[in-house]
Design a binder for this molecule. Sequence first.
Ligand SMILES: NC(=O)c1ccc[n+]([C@@H]2O[C@H](COP(=O)([O-])OP(=O)(O)OC[C@H]3O[C@@H](n4cnc5c(N)ncnc54)[C@H](OP(=O)(O)O)[C@@H]3O)[C@@H](O)[C@H]2O)c1
Length: 213
Amino acid sequence: MGIERIGILGAGRAGTALARVAAAEGLEVQIASSRTPNMMKYHLAQYATKARAVAAEDIAKDVAVVVLLVPQEELDDIVPQTLAGIILVDATNRWELEPLPDWFEEGLAAGLSSSAVIARRFPQCRVVKALNHISHWDLDAKKGSHRSAQRALGVASDDAPATEVVAQLVRTLGFDPVILTDLDAGRILEPAGPIFNEVLVASELRKLSTSHG
Ligand SMILES: NC(=O)c1ccc[n+]([C@@H]2O[C@H](COP(=O)([O-])OP(=O)(O)OC[C@H]3O[C@@H](n4cnc5c(N)ncnc54)[C@H](OP(=O)(O)O)[C@@H]3O)[C@@H](O)[C@H]2O)c1
C-alpha cells in the first residue's frame, strides 16, 4: 500500500526536512506554507530543492496523504474543508505553553489528546499521529545513521487502513514504524511523554508505549 507522493503543509524546519528526505527516497513532494508558491521560490531553492510549491488551499489536491507541520498556534488559519478526504498525518506538537486557538485549548481541557482535538477540527480527514517525535535534524540525518540504528517511530490512528499507509511512509523514509493501538495512544508520542526525541528501536518504543499507555 505504498504511496508515490505526499503533500506537506508547513515549509519551516520540519516541513523542509521531511521534504528533503521524502524526495531523496523517491517520493514526489508538494509543499505549502502561508506564503504563495512564488514567494516560496528562494526558500525552497535553499531548503527543499526537489519539492514543488503549491498554494496552501491546493495542498490536498492530487495527494492521498498530507503531513501537517504547521505550528499548532497557527492552525486557526487552515480551512478544514481544504483538507477534506485525505489522510492527515498530525506531526505537530505543543511547544511550552504557547497560546493555542480556543477550540484547541477547549479540546485539551476536555481531556483529549492533541491529535484527537485535530481530528475533531478536521472531521473529513483520517487523522494519524506520526512523525512528531523526531527532530528535523534527525529526520534529515544522513541515511546510514538512521537506517543502521533502525530508529522506531510511532504511528497512531483509529483508522486501520490509514495507519498502514502511514506506516509504509515511515518505512519509505528509512524508519521502523511501531503501530500503536489507537489515536488516543498517540499521547505517548507528545513532548511530555517518554518517547519524544528519544532514539529507540521498535522493541523499546513498544515497551514504553505499553508501560505508560
Ligand atoms: N522542528 C522540528 O524539529 C519538528 C519536528 C517534528 C515536529 N515539529 C512540529 O512541526 C510544527 C512546525 O514546526 P517547525 O519547527 O517546522 O516550525 P517553523 O520552522 O516555524 O515553520 C512553520 C511553517 O508553518 C507555516 N505556516 C504557518 N501558518 C500556516 C498556514 N496557515 N498555512 C500554511 N502554512 C503555515 C509557515 O509558513 P511561512 O514559511 O510562510 O511562514 C512555516 O513554513 C510544530 O508543531 C512542531 O512542533 C517540529
